[in-house]
Design a binder for this molecule. Structure first.
Ligand SMILES: *[C@@H]1O[C@H](CO)[C@@H](O)[C@H](O)[C@H]1NC(C)=O
Ligand SMILES: *[C@@H]1O[C@H](CO)[C@@H](O)[C@H](O)[C@H]1NC(C)=O
Ligand SMILES: *[C@@H]1O[C@H](CO)[C@@H](O)[C@H](O)[C@H]1NC(C)=O
Ligand SMILES: *[C@@H]1O[C@H](CO)[C@@H](O)[C@H](O)[C@H]1NC(C)=O
Ligand SMILES: *[C@@H]1O[C@H](CO)[C@@H](O)[C@H](O)[C@H]1NC(C)=O
Ligand SMILES: *[C@@H]1O[C@H](CO)[C@@H](O)[C@H](O)[C@H]1NC(C)=O
Length: 445
């Protein structure tokens, strides 16, 4: 700090005592004279910090301002980089801002607001902003606005994203976040603009707030890929017009109902995600533009190879007037039971998809119908075996009973046969008489 101030005074002294023309510089120094920076012959500002705790501040005016004809700003390896308000507003030639390997980036309100053209046109040149391998302390409200071609932030830690951080942008081709860790994200981070592509790939996010993307038109691709997310609020994505929506390979703790409020122009793929809680109506906000329906019919919502722990069939409710759903793989991360199968029976009957449950006995996922046929089916089979055994038992018992009854009857009949001709009935006490008669009979024959 001291050395910097000293340099300022030194420059002012030079300006005073050895006037401009002989040195070829303006009265006040520009960032080109900062000890960490230089300006090359292509009017680029290049700052490369080599010493510990070196700081660079980018300002629109005063001493160490950025020269007005600057075409690019490239900063690398500094401890701290701060963009002050309106830093780039009047840099008409500016095309790129590149920040790399910086421990602390601070982008103040309206710092990267750039709208030098009176008329909005994609033919006008725009700015490319890249941030790589850095820690971004804050991207303040309204800090990035105007004619931006591309935003690419990768391998960075983003501590604070304020409301409207990216807002009122024009002519955007792509907004891409690759392998970043987001710490705090305020609501309405991305507000009211159109971009061809919006991509978040890899990295971690604690909490995506409501209206994270608010009135954002994505004309080509919306992709959320390989991100670890703790919480996705209701109305996180208020997005219109993507031709393709891909939500793949994510590990998400909770997805609230109506999280995706997206009007698509094409198919929607929800593939290979691990979700702990998928709340009721989580997919209900997916819709399709009327014009697309009129020309191409309903669009497909593909549910493929996802593992979800807490959900009821109501979590899969979708807008049937504009979408068709194909379930190519849904692993219910619950132990298979016949009750679970019963709960999902309607869905897999109607949907015809592949819905699996966790088969604890074997330690893998099996399809619900298979489980029903091998386990819930077995139950039915044993039931019928019980019925059959019971029936046989009754038949046998009846048979034995009949046998004894018949035998008893026969004996009674024998008794009756040996009743004496005089018609009197005799009790057991007269058995010897019968025996004698029998002997007589046999000898007769
Ligand atoms: C990144 O910056 C630090 C200082 O902040 C420096 O020590 C290191 O060498 C830089 N690494 C690369 C790959 O530029
Ligand atoms: C990323 O930044 C850290 C610290 O700022 C540095 O040590 C590392 O070398 C950088 N890596 C790359 C690939 O630039
Ligand atoms: C599926 O997603 C997991 C993360 O949940 C990832 O590790 C794996 O590579 C993905 N598989 C494929 C085939 O993309
Ligand atoms: C399906 O999901 C499982 C579990 O998440 C994963 O290991 C596998 O790679 C996925 N396969 C495909 C083709 O995505
Ligand atoms: C389904 O989508 C159409 C068209 O976007 C919409 O009018 C309707 O209200 C939606 N239905 C439900 C149940 O959300
Ligand atoms: C499945 O559930 C178990 C316990 O309920 C949990 O430990 C595991 O992480 C879950 N798997 C996935 C892929 O969500």
């Amino acid at each position: 700090m001291l050395s910097m101030r000293w340099v300022i005074w030194w420059n002012i002294l030079i300006a005073l005592y050895a006037p401009g023309p002989s040195i070829g510089q303006t009265a006040t120094p520009t960032i080109c004279e900062d000890e960490s920076c230089r300006c090359d012959s292509f009017t680029r500002v290049i700052c490369s910090c080599t010493k510990e705790l070196e700081e660079v501040t980018l300002r629109p005016q005063g001493a160490y301002r950025i020269p007005p004809m600057t075409t690019g700003i490239s900063i690398e390896g500094c401890h701290s980089v701060t963009f002050l308000q309106n830093t780039i507003r009047s840099l008409i030639q500016l095309r790129t801002v590149e920040l790399k390997n910086i421990s602390n980036i601070m982008i103040r309100e309206r710092a990267l607001d750039w709208s030098p053209f009176s008329r909005d046109s994609e033919m006008n040149p725009g700015i490319r902003l890249t941030i790589e391998n850095s820690t971004v302390s804050e991207i303040a409200s309204h800090s990035i606005q105007g004619r931006i071609n591309e935003v690419l932030i990768s391998n960075s830690r983003i501590i604070n994203l304020r409301p409207f951080a990216f807002s009122s942008l024009t002519g955007v081709k792509s907004v891409e976040f690759i392998n970043n860790d987001f710490i705090n994200i305020d609501i309405q981070t991305f507000k009211k603009f159109t971009t061809s592509n919006f991509i978040i790939r890899g990295g971690t996010i604690h909490n995506l707030p409501s209206r994270f993307l608010s009135d954002v038109e994505v004309t080509n691709l919306f992709r959320l890929d390989g991100v670890k997310i703790k919480y996705l609020s209701s109305l996180t994505f208020l997005v219109t017009a993507p031709k393709r929506i891909l939500i793949e390979n994510n590990v998400i703790d909770t997805i609230e109902g109506d999280c995706f409020h997206m009007v698509s122009r094409g198919p929607i793929t929800f593939r290979n995600n691990s979700v702990t809680v998928l709340n009721k109506g989580a997919l209900l906000g997916f819709s399709v533009q009327r014009e697309v329906i009129a020309v191409m019919g309903r669009q497909e919502l593909l549910i493929d190879n996802n593992t979800i722990t807490n959900l009821t069939p109501a979590a899969l409710v979708y807008n049937q007037t504009v979408l068709t759903m194909r379930v190519d793989g849904l692993n219910l991360n619950n132990s298979c039971t016949c009750e679970l199968a019963e709960e999902w029976h309607d869905i897999y009957n109607k949907q015809g998809g592949i819905i699996n449950c966790w088969y604890e006995l074997e330690g893998y996922f099996i399809s619900l119908p298979t489980f029903v046929s091998i386990r819930c089916g077995t139950f039915k089979q044993t039931f019928w075996i019980f019925v059959a055994v019971g029936f046989l038992f009754i038949v046998l018992a009846a048979g034995i009973a009949i046998f004894f009854i018949v035998r008893k009857e026969n004996e009674k009949k024998k008794k009756l046969q040996i009743v004496l001709p005089d018609g009197k009935t005799y009790k057991e006490t007269e058995f010897h008489v019968i025996v004698e008669r029998a002997e007589l009979l046999t000898t007769d024959l």
